[in-house]
Write a protein that binds this ligand. Structure first.
Ligand SMILES: [Zn+2]
Length: 323
Protein backbone atom coordinates (compact mmCIF):
# COMPACT_ATOMS: atom_id res chain seq x y z
CA UNK A 1 0.00 0.00 0.00
CA UNK A 2 1.30 3.44 -0.94
CA UNK A 3 0.51 6.51 1.11
CA UNK A 4 -0.83 9.32 -1.06
CA UNK A 5 -0.99 13.02 -0.20
CA UNK A 6 -2.90 15.86 -1.82
CA UNK A 7 -0.78 18.95 -2.49
CA UNK A 8 -1.99 22.40 -3.54
CA UNK A 9 -0.36 25.75 -4.23
CA UNK A 10 -2.95 28.51 -4.59
CA UNK A 11 -1.39 31.52 -6.31
CA UNK A 12 -2.76 34.88 -7.42
CA UNK A 13 -2.55 33.84 -11.07
CA UNK A 14 -2.50 30.06 -11.14
CA UNK A 15 -3.34 27.23 -8.81
CA UNK A 16 -1.31 24.06 -8.95
CA UNK A 17 -2.90 20.83 -7.73
CA UNK A 18 -1.11 17.52 -7.35
CA UNK A 19 -0.96 14.13 -5.71
CA UNK A 20 2.23 12.79 -4.20
CA UNK A 21 3.80 9.75 -2.60
CA UNK A 22 6.23 10.11 0.34
CA UNK A 23 9.01 11.44 -1.89
CA UNK A 24 7.56 12.30 -5.24
CA UNK A 25 4.86 14.49 -6.74
CA UNK A 26 3.37 12.11 -9.28
CA UNK A 27 0.56 13.99 -11.02
CA UNK A 28 -0.14 17.72 -11.31
CA UNK A 29 -2.57 20.04 -13.01
CA UNK A 30 -2.59 23.84 -13.41
CA UNK A 31 -5.77 25.92 -13.18
CA UNK A 32 -6.20 29.64 -13.71
CA UNK A 33 -7.12 31.00 -10.28
CA UNK A 34 -9.28 33.72 -11.85
CA UNK A 35 -11.50 31.01 -13.41
CA UNK A 36 -12.40 29.91 -9.88
CA UNK A 37 -14.85 32.61 -8.95
CA UNK A 38 -15.05 31.96 -5.21
CA UNK A 39 -13.08 30.07 -2.56
CA UNK A 40 -15.94 27.55 -2.34
CA UNK A 41 -15.69 26.93 -6.08
CA UNK A 42 -11.94 26.48 -5.77
CA UNK A 43 -12.38 23.84 -3.07
CA UNK A 44 -15.10 22.01 -5.01
CA UNK A 45 -12.76 21.94 -8.03
CA UNK A 46 -9.92 20.68 -5.83
CA UNK A 47 -11.95 17.69 -4.71
CA UNK A 48 -12.85 16.81 -8.32
CA UNK A 49 -9.26 17.23 -9.51
CA UNK A 50 -7.87 15.02 -6.75
CA UNK A 51 -10.24 12.24 -7.88
CA UNK A 52 -9.20 12.69 -11.52
CA UNK A 53 -5.48 12.71 -10.70
CA UNK A 54 -5.78 9.55 -8.59
CA UNK A 55 -7.78 7.73 -11.27
CA UNK A 56 -5.17 8.51 -13.95
CA UNK A 57 -2.26 7.45 -11.70
CA UNK A 58 -0.94 3.98 -10.85
CA UNK A 59 -2.66 4.24 -7.46
CA UNK A 60 -6.33 4.03 -8.47
CA UNK A 61 -7.40 2.17 -5.35
CA UNK A 62 -5.77 4.54 -2.86
CA UNK A 63 -7.30 7.44 -0.99
CA UNK A 64 -5.48 10.57 0.15
CA UNK A 65 -4.09 10.43 3.67
CA UNK A 66 -3.82 14.20 4.17
CA UNK A 67 -3.76 17.44 2.22
CA UNK A 68 -1.19 20.27 2.42
CA UNK A 69 -2.09 23.67 0.96
CA UNK A 70 0.11 26.69 0.29
CA UNK A 71 -2.10 29.78 0.37
CA UNK A 72 -1.54 33.48 -0.33
CA UNK A 73 -2.34 36.11 2.22
CA UNK A 74 -2.44 36.40 5.99
CA UNK A 75 -3.93 33.35 7.66
CA UNK A 76 -4.58 31.64 10.94
CA UNK A 77 -2.88 28.26 10.63
CA UNK A 78 -4.38 26.78 13.79
CA UNK A 79 -7.96 27.68 12.90
CA UNK A 80 -7.44 27.13 9.17
CA UNK A 81 -8.74 30.51 8.12
CA UNK A 82 -7.49 32.70 5.27
CA UNK A 83 -8.08 36.28 6.44
CA UNK A 84 -7.80 37.95 3.07
CA UNK A 85 -5.88 37.68 -0.16
CA UNK A 86 -4.72 40.65 -2.19
CA UNK A 87 -6.20 39.94 -5.59
CA UNK A 88 -8.66 37.13 -4.91
CA UNK A 89 -11.17 39.01 -2.73
CA UNK A 90 -11.47 36.23 -0.16
CA UNK A 91 -12.40 37.28 3.33
CA UNK A 92 -11.97 35.11 6.46
CA UNK A 93 -12.56 31.89 4.53
CA UNK A 94 -12.48 28.72 6.72
CA UNK A 95 -10.59 26.68 4.12
CA UNK A 96 -9.79 23.66 6.33
CA UNK A 97 -13.33 23.25 7.66
CA UNK A 98 -14.80 23.58 4.16
CA UNK A 99 -12.40 21.09 2.58
CA UNK A 100 -12.80 18.60 5.43
CA UNK A 101 -16.58 18.68 5.00
CA UNK A 102 -16.15 17.73 1.35
CA UNK A 103 -13.48 15.10 1.97
CA UNK A 104 -14.71 13.01 4.87
CA UNK A 105 -12.79 14.95 7.57
CA UNK A 106 -9.38 14.27 5.99
CA UNK A 107 -6.49 15.96 7.87
CA UNK A 108 -5.70 19.29 6.16
CA UNK A 109 -2.89 21.71 6.89
CA UNK A 110 -2.25 25.16 5.44
CA UNK A 111 0.69 27.56 5.44
CA UNK A 112 1.44 30.84 3.70
CA UNK A 113 3.08 30.68 0.30
CA UNK A 114 6.48 32.01 1.35
CA UNK A 115 6.84 29.54 4.23
CA UNK A 116 5.63 26.67 2.05
CA UNK A 117 8.09 27.52 -0.74
CA UNK A 118 10.89 28.02 1.80
CA UNK A 119 10.40 24.65 3.48
CA UNK A 120 9.91 23.01 0.06
CA UNK A 121 13.32 24.26 -1.07
CA UNK A 122 14.87 23.41 2.30
CA UNK A 123 13.69 19.79 2.30
CA UNK A 124 13.60 18.88 -1.40
CA UNK A 125 15.34 21.66 -3.34
CA UNK A 126 18.41 23.89 -3.39
CA UNK A 127 18.67 23.91 0.40
CA UNK A 128 18.42 20.18 1.04
CA UNK A 129 22.02 19.81 2.21
CA UNK A 130 21.73 22.67 4.73
CA UNK A 131 20.06 22.93 8.13
CA UNK A 132 20.01 26.71 8.54
CA UNK A 133 18.87 28.80 5.64
CA UNK A 134 16.83 31.76 4.56
CA UNK A 135 14.53 31.68 1.56
CA UNK A 136 13.66 34.93 -0.19
CA UNK A 137 11.17 35.19 -3.03
CA UNK A 138 11.31 38.27 -5.23
CA UNK A 139 8.39 38.80 -7.59
CA UNK A 140 5.66 41.47 -7.49
CA UNK A 141 6.37 41.56 -3.74
CA UNK A 142 9.16 40.19 -1.54
CA UNK A 143 8.51 37.37 0.92
CA UNK A 144 10.56 34.88 2.78
CA UNK A 145 11.01 32.06 5.24
CA UNK A 146 13.60 31.48 7.92
CA UNK A 147 14.53 27.82 8.36
CA UNK A 148 16.44 26.94 11.53
CA UNK A 149 17.51 23.33 12.15
CA UNK A 150 15.21 22.22 9.34
CA UNK A 151 12.11 23.91 10.82
CA UNK A 152 10.37 27.13 9.84
CA UNK A 153 10.96 29.79 12.47
CA UNK A 154 7.55 31.35 13.11
CA UNK A 155 8.08 33.90 15.86
CA UNK A 156 5.73 34.61 18.74
CA UNK A 157 2.64 35.44 16.68
CA UNK A 158 3.34 33.48 13.51
CA UNK A 159 4.59 36.63 11.83
CA UNK A 160 8.31 35.92 11.42
CA UNK A 161 10.00 35.94 8.04
CA UNK A 162 8.43 39.13 6.66
CA UNK A 163 11.70 39.85 4.94
CA UNK A 164 10.13 42.22 2.40
CA UNK A 165 9.10 44.57 5.19
CA UNK A 166 12.42 45.20 6.87
CA UNK A 167 13.23 48.89 6.67
CA UNK A 168 16.27 49.42 4.46
CA UNK A 169 16.02 53.17 3.77
CA UNK A 170 14.51 55.38 6.50
CA UNK A 171 12.00 57.78 4.92
CA UNK A 172 12.25 55.79 1.67
CA UNK A 173 9.36 55.20 -0.73
CA UNK A 174 5.98 54.17 0.73
CA UNK A 175 5.27 50.44 1.05
CA UNK A 176 1.94 48.63 0.68
CA UNK A 177 2.18 47.79 4.42
CA UNK A 178 2.04 51.46 5.43
CA UNK A 179 5.72 51.77 6.35
CA UNK A 180 8.33 53.64 4.30
CA UNK A 181 11.55 52.30 2.79
CA UNK A 182 10.79 48.58 3.14
CA UNK A 183 12.91 46.22 1.02
CA UNK A 184 9.76 45.38 -0.97
CA UNK A 185 9.19 49.05 -1.82
CA UNK A 186 12.78 49.31 -3.09
CA UNK A 187 13.61 46.02 -4.78
CA UNK A 188 10.48 44.04 -5.78
CA UNK A 189 9.30 43.58 -9.35
CA UNK A 190 6.74 46.31 -8.67
CA UNK A 191 9.48 48.69 -7.47
CA UNK A 192 11.62 47.93 -10.55
CA UNK A 193 8.67 48.69 -12.84
CA UNK A 194 7.88 51.93 -10.99
CA UNK A 195 11.46 53.11 -11.45
CA UNK A 196 11.30 52.17 -15.13
CA UNK A 197 8.11 54.21 -15.43
CA UNK A 198 9.95 57.29 -14.13
CA UNK A 199 12.65 56.76 -16.76
CA UNK A 200 9.98 56.64 -19.46
CA UNK A 201 8.23 59.78 -18.17
CA UNK A 202 11.52 61.66 -18.02
CA UNK A 203 12.49 60.32 -21.46
CA UNK A 204 15.83 59.09 -20.18
CA UNK A 205 16.02 55.94 -22.28
CA UNK A 206 15.34 55.61 -26.01
CA UNK A 207 16.10 51.89 -25.75
CA UNK A 208 13.42 51.30 -23.09
CA UNK A 209 10.88 53.51 -24.91
CA UNK A 210 11.40 51.43 -28.05
CA UNK A 211 11.06 48.11 -26.20
CA UNK A 212 7.86 49.21 -24.47
CA UNK A 213 6.23 50.78 -27.55
CA UNK A 214 2.46 50.70 -27.02
CA UNK A 215 2.62 47.88 -24.48
CA UNK A 216 2.48 48.06 -20.68
CA UNK A 217 5.90 48.29 -19.06
CA UNK A 218 7.08 45.14 -17.25
CA UNK A 219 10.19 44.38 -15.22
CA UNK A 220 11.21 41.94 -17.97
CA UNK A 221 11.38 44.88 -20.46
CA UNK A 222 13.77 46.73 -18.14
CA UNK A 223 16.05 43.68 -18.05
CA UNK A 224 15.85 43.52 -21.86
CA UNK A 225 16.96 47.18 -22.03
CA UNK A 226 19.92 46.30 -19.77
CA UNK A 227 20.86 43.48 -22.17
CA UNK A 228 20.76 46.02 -25.01
CA UNK A 229 23.23 48.24 -23.14
CA UNK A 230 20.89 50.84 -21.63
CA UNK A 231 22.65 52.81 -18.90
CA UNK A 232 19.59 54.22 -17.09
CA UNK A 233 18.01 50.77 -16.74
CA UNK A 234 21.34 49.29 -15.68
CA UNK A 235 21.54 51.81 -12.84
CA UNK A 236 18.02 50.76 -11.66
CA UNK A 237 19.21 47.16 -11.46
CA UNK A 238 22.47 48.13 -9.72
CA UNK A 239 20.45 50.01 -7.10
CA UNK A 240 17.99 47.12 -6.65
CA UNK A 241 20.87 44.67 -6.13
CA UNK A 242 22.38 47.08 -3.63
CA UNK A 243 19.20 47.09 -1.53
CA UNK A 244 18.82 43.32 -1.81
CA UNK A 245 22.46 42.84 -0.79
CA UNK A 246 21.98 45.10 2.24
CA UNK A 247 18.78 43.28 3.22
CA UNK A 248 20.46 39.88 2.94
CA UNK A 249 23.52 41.10 4.88
CA UNK A 250 21.22 42.17 7.74
CA UNK A 251 19.70 38.67 7.78
CA UNK A 252 23.11 36.99 7.67
CA UNK A 253 24.40 39.08 10.57
CA UNK A 254 21.36 38.11 12.65
CA UNK A 255 20.87 34.44 11.71
CA UNK A 256 24.27 33.28 10.43
CA UNK A 257 22.70 30.86 7.91
CA UNK A 258 24.67 28.43 5.76
CA UNK A 259 22.90 29.54 2.61
CA UNK A 260 20.35 31.93 1.18
CA UNK A 261 17.99 30.60 -1.48
CA UNK A 262 16.48 33.12 -3.89
CA UNK A 263 13.28 32.38 -5.81
CA UNK A 264 10.42 34.25 -7.51
CA UNK A 265 9.91 35.57 -11.04
CA UNK A 266 12.61 38.26 -10.86
CA UNK A 267 15.16 35.49 -10.33
CA UNK A 268 14.70 34.46 -13.97
CA UNK A 269 17.48 37.05 -14.29
CA UNK A 270 19.67 35.30 -11.73
CA UNK A 271 22.90 35.33 -13.76
CA UNK A 272 22.76 39.14 -13.86
CA UNK A 273 21.48 39.63 -10.32
CA UNK A 274 23.14 37.08 -8.02
CA UNK A 275 26.79 38.18 -8.50
CA UNK A 276 25.81 41.82 -7.83
CA UNK A 277 23.70 40.95 -4.78
CA UNK A 278 26.49 38.74 -3.43
CA UNK A 279 29.12 41.48 -3.80
CA UNK A 280 26.92 44.02 -2.02
CA UNK A 281 26.01 41.56 0.73
CA UNK A 282 29.65 40.71 1.39
CA UNK A 283 30.49 44.44 1.64
CA UNK A 284 28.25 44.65 4.70
CA UNK A 285 29.32 41.51 6.53
CA UNK A 286 31.95 40.82 9.16
CA UNK A 287 35.17 39.92 7.38
CA UNK A 288 34.99 36.42 8.91
CA UNK A 289 31.57 35.90 7.32
CA UNK A 290 32.51 37.06 3.83
CA UNK A 291 32.48 34.30 1.24
CA UNK A 292 30.99 31.82 3.71
CA UNK A 293 27.33 32.32 2.86
CA UNK A 294 26.25 31.02 -0.53
CA UNK A 295 23.45 32.63 -2.44
CA UNK A 296 21.72 29.96 -4.47
CA UNK A 297 18.85 29.85 -6.91
CA UNK A 298 15.67 27.98 -5.95
CA UNK A 299 15.76 24.68 -7.81
CA UNK A 300 12.21 23.31 -7.83
CA UNK A 301 11.19 25.11 -11.03
CA UNK A 302 8.17 27.04 -9.82
CA UNK A 303 6.96 24.09 -7.71
CA UNK A 304 8.67 25.04 -4.41
CA UNK A 305 5.26 25.74 -2.83
CA UNK A 306 3.85 22.40 -3.96
CA UNK A 307 6.82 20.48 -2.51
CA UNK A 308 6.40 22.52 0.67
CA UNK A 309 2.76 21.45 0.76
CA UNK A 310 3.93 17.81 0.58
CA UNK A 311 6.27 18.35 3.51
CA UNK A 312 3.43 19.95 5.48
CA UNK A 313 0.98 17.15 4.67
CA UNK A 314 3.49 14.44 5.69
CA UNK A 315 4.56 16.22 8.86
CA UNK A 316 0.98 16.87 9.87
CA UNK A 317 0.25 13.13 9.78
CA UNK A 318 3.50 12.30 11.59
CA UNK A 319 2.72 14.76 14.39
CA UNK A 320 -0.88 13.46 14.69
CA UNK A 321 0.45 9.92 15.02
CA UNK A 322 2.82 11.04 17.79
CA UNK A 323 -0.09 12.58 19.75
ZN1 LIG B 1 6.42 47.14 3.95
Amino acid sequence: MTTLYGVVDIGGTKTLIGIATENEIIETIYLKTSDLKSPEMLIDTLVEEFDKLISQSNYKDEVLKSVGISVPGPLNREEGIIHFTGNLNWSNFPIIEYLQKKMNQIPVIIDDDANAAGIGEAVYGAGRSYKNQIYVTISTGIGGAIVIDGQIYRGSRDLAGEIGHMTVVPDGPPCSCGNFGCLEALASGTAITQKGQQILIQEQSKILSKIVGQKTLTAEMIFEAVRQGDKACYSIIQQVCRYLGIGLANLVQIFNPETIILGGGIMNQSSLLIPKIETEMNNHLFKVQRGHVNIELASLNGQSGLWGALHLAKNHIASKERE
